[in-house]
Design a protein around this ligand. Sequence first.
Ligand code: DGL
Length: 267
Amino acid sequence: MATIGVFDSGIGGLTVLNEALRQAPAHHYIYLADSVNAPYGEKSSEWVAQRSLDLCHWLAREGCQALVVACNTATAEAIAHIRNDMPAIPIIGVEPGIKPAVHQSNNQKIGVLATQNTLKSDKFNALLKSLQGDCEFISQAGLGLVPLIEEGKIDAPETEALLREHLSVMQTAGIDTLVLGCTHYPFLLPLIRKILGNDIQIVDTSAAVIKQLTRKLEEFELLQSPPPRTIRLYSTLDADHLHQLAKQLIPTALEQHGVETSTVFIS
Ligand code: DGL
């Protein structure tokens, strides 16, 4: 019987949990939102690396046998340390889907919207370099978007105005493909479509990440759990707020599990 831990700086990783519950529902899940510290995207690399490691250890102490780092920023800054430190546990990360974007783009103009830390990271830049070829990447940090999403303002006029600003350089460049390089951003899909239209291809890696999770669960012989199954929603800020947003943003995913919530302090 497997319990899988999923964490993010806040509610963004719910987009990954949503996919996990779709593809691999027969497990217990613990979701940890470190909302008291969101956003991670503008914090120091050292801080993000240490905090991510601390949260993974906390999830392992809670009984998780596999971990999903459902945050591009934490993956970029910390996944190597986490894997070194916890070799017995499968650790799955997320990174901007620029590889699939290169295959999908017809005009070789690709936008990447991600946090400042992800865009600055060695991991991201190494990936970009390996794929550059004939493609033009227009990268933009989504400064200010995560705090608005954390408040649940996914369709507010101020969110739309800020998003328009961030996407304008990509529109001018004529991108045909946009990579969502932060797990919070899929919640902005309706606004992104409103601004960029329906012809733009949007790349989100959640489905591929959960495919990788299911492969790892098989490899580590982590078996499915019989019902009743639970999802524990933990927040370092306000578990009720997290639960409300989860019910609003990923309602169907929560239907088949008993949901428990708790606000936790993690030093
Ligand atoms: N959701 C996260 C990511 O995928 C982090 C956003 C943030 O806290 O800045 O990068």
